[in-house]
Design a binder for this molecule. Structure first.
Ligand code: SF4
Length: 436
C-alpha cells in the first residue's frame, strides 16, 4: 500500500476535527500519506457534519466537483465519513453516485478494510451503524503537534430541541480515565505541551464512573510534560462550583471556557430545552469571572429559532452586552429533519434571521475591538504552536485565555512558552513581539 496518498476535507465541529486526526492516524498505519491536492490523491475523504443544513449542502456540492475528477480519467476512491454518513446512509449512494465508501463516526477503524474491499470488488461499501459500545477505549491519535485534542466523551444525553447530535452520535459515554491519561502521556512524550479535552458535553464527563470532570482535570494536570489543559464544550447547566474551584486552583488549566448560551430569551431557551435561564447563565459567567481572574468566556449563539420575536432577539443582545464574550460562533437556526424544532410553528424568515445575524455579529465585533485594544501593551504568556497560518510571516500561538497571537520568529520557537508583548489588534486576533 505504500506510496498511496489521501486528501481529507473536514467539515464541522471540534469533535470532527478530532475524528479527522484519528482518520489520518488510521490511514497512516495503512501506508497512506496526506496530500493537499485532490487531483493527485488515491483516496478522497470527506469528514462530514450534520448539525446545519448548510454544511450538508456544501458536502453535496463538493461531491459534485469531485465527481468531475473521476470523469477526467483519475480514479480516486471517494469515501464519506462523519455524522452525515450515519444520518443519511440510506440516500447517499443514490444522491451521490461518485461516492464509493460510506462509514460512520463509530466505524472509522474499519476504513482501510472498506477501501480494500471496494478496490478488490468494485462493490460500494457502507458501514455506518452505531457501534453498540458501553466502553470507549480510544486509541493513539498519532498526533505530533504541540497542541492536541484528546476525546474524553462522546454522544449527548441532552436533547436540545434543534440538535441532531444525539441521533448521529448516540447517548453520552465517557472514556475511562486510564485510557485518557495513557493518550495524554503518549502525546507528551511526542512533544505535546497542550491538550484540549473534548466532548459534546465535556463537563458532564464521568456520569456513573470512577471520576467526574474536575477529578479528571486534576489527573491530567499530573501528566509530566503537559503544560496547559483546555476543554470544550461546556454545558452551562453542568458548570458547578467544583469545576470553577478546580480552575481557580490550577496553574495548568487555561482560564478559558466555551459555554454556549444559544439565546437570551427564557421563552426561547425553554423551547430549545436548554435547561437554564438567561439569569442563571449570567450568574455562572459572573462566578467564573470572579473566581478565575482574566478568564475568557466564549459562546455559541443561535438566531432565528422558530417563534423568536424581535423582543426575544433583543434579550440575546442584552446577554451579549452583559457577558462580553471573548469569542462567539453565531448561527442561523437550521431545521434538521427529525429534531423537535424542525416542526415548531413560527418560522422566522431567512431575511429576518439574517438581519439578526448581522446585528449580533456587529455587536460582537464592537465588544471584541474594545477588549482586544485593551490588551495592547500587556504582556501575555503564549505557547508557540507553529508557523503563522493564513499567509503571514513568523509564528503563532495562543494566550492562556485562548487569544491567537502572531509574532516574529522561526521554527526554533515552536513548543516554547514565551512572554509576548501585545503590540496591535489584527481583526479578531493579536500581533505581538517577544518581550526582551
Ligand atoms: S448539549 Fe444540546 S446542542 Fe450540545 S450536543 Fe447535546 S443536544 Fe446537541
Amino acid at each position: 500500500m505504500s506510496g498511496l496518498k489521501f486528501h481529507l476535507v473536514p467539515f464541522g465541529c471540534q469533535m470532527n476535527i478530532y475524528d479527522s486526526q484519528k482518520m489520518e492516524a488510521i490511514l497512516a498505519k495503512s501506508g497512506y500519506r496526506r496530500t493537499g491536492c485532490p487531483e493527485e490523491a488515491d483516496l478522497i475523504l470527506l469528514n462530514t457534519c450534520s448539525i446545519r443544513e448548510k454544511a450538508e449542502n456544501k458536502v453535496f456540492s463538493m461531491l459534485g466537483r469531485l465527481g468531475e475528477l473521476k470523469k477526467n480519467g483519475a480514479e480516486p476512491v471517494i469515501a464519506l465519513g462523519g455524522c452525515m454518513a450515519t444520518l443519511r446512509k440510506d440516500e447517499i449512494f443514490r444522491r451521490a453516485p461518485m461516492v464509493d465508501v460510506v462509514f460512520g463516526p463509530d466505524n472509522m477503524e474499519n476504513l482501510p478494510r472498506l477501501i480494500e474491499e471496494f478496490t478488490a470488488t468494485g462493490a460500494r461499501r457502507i458501514d455506518a451503524e452505531f457501534a453498540d459500545h458501553t466502553v470507549w477505549d480510544g486509541m493513539d491519535a498519532g498526533q505530533t503537534a504541540v497542541c492536541a485534542h484528546v476525546g474524553i466523551a462522546k454522544g449527548c444525553d441532552n436533547h436540545c430541541s434543534y440538535c441532531i447530535v444525539p441521533r448521529t452520535r448516540g447517548p453520552e459515554i465517557s472514556r475511562p480515565p486510564e485510557s485518557i491519561l495513557a493518550e495524554a502521556r503518549l502525546l507528551a512524550e511526542k512533544g505535546c505541551a497542550e491538550v484540549t479535552l473534548i466532548g459534546q458535553n465535556v463537563n458532564s464527563y464521568g456520569k456513573g464512573g470512577s471520576a467526574d470532570f474536575p477529578a479528571l482535570l486534576k489527573m491530567v494536570e499530573k501528566v509530566p510534560g503537559i503544560r496547559r489543559i483546555r476543554f470544550m464544550t461546556s454545558h452551562p447547566k453542568d458548570l458547578g462550583e467544583p469545576l470553577v474551584q478546580t480552575m481557580a486552583d490550577s496553574k495548568k488549566i487555561c482560564p478559558a471556557v466555551h459555554m454556549p448560551v444559544q439565546a437570551g430569551s427564557n421563552r426561547v431557551l425553554s423551547a430549545m430545552n436548554r435547561g437554564y435561564t438567561a439569569e442563571e447563565y449570567l450568574e455562572k459567567v459572573a462566578r467564573l469571572r470572579k473566581a478565575v481572574p482574566g478568564v475568557s468566556v466564549s459562546s455559541d449563539l443561535m438566531v432565528g429559532f422558530p417563534g423568536e420575536t424581535e423582543e426575544d432577539f433583543q434579550e440575546t443582545l442584552n446577554v451579549m452586552k452583559t457577558a462580553l464574550f471573548d469569542g462567539i460562533f453565531l448561527f442561523n437556526h437550521s431545521p434538521r429533519p427529525g429534531t423537535k424544532s424542525a416542526d415548531l410553528p413560527g418560522l422566522v424568515t431567512r431575511e429576518v434571521s439574517q438581519s439578526r445575524f448581522y446585528r449580533a455579529n456587529a455587536l460582537h465585533k464592537a465588544i471584541m475591538a474594545e477588549k482586544l485594544s485593551s490588551m495592547v501593551g500587556t504582556e501575555q504568556e503564549v505557547l508557540c504552536e507553529g508557523p503563522a497560518v493564513g499567509g503571514g510571516d513568523g509564528v503563532q500561538g495562543r494566550t492562556r485565555g485562548n487569544h491567537l497571537v502572531f509574532f516574529d520568529g522561526g521554527p526554533e520557537l515552536v513548543g516554547q512558552t514565551l512572554k509576548i508583548t501585545i503590540t496591535r489588534v489584527l481583526g479578531y486576533n493579536l500581533g505581538g513581539k517577544t518581550t526582551v
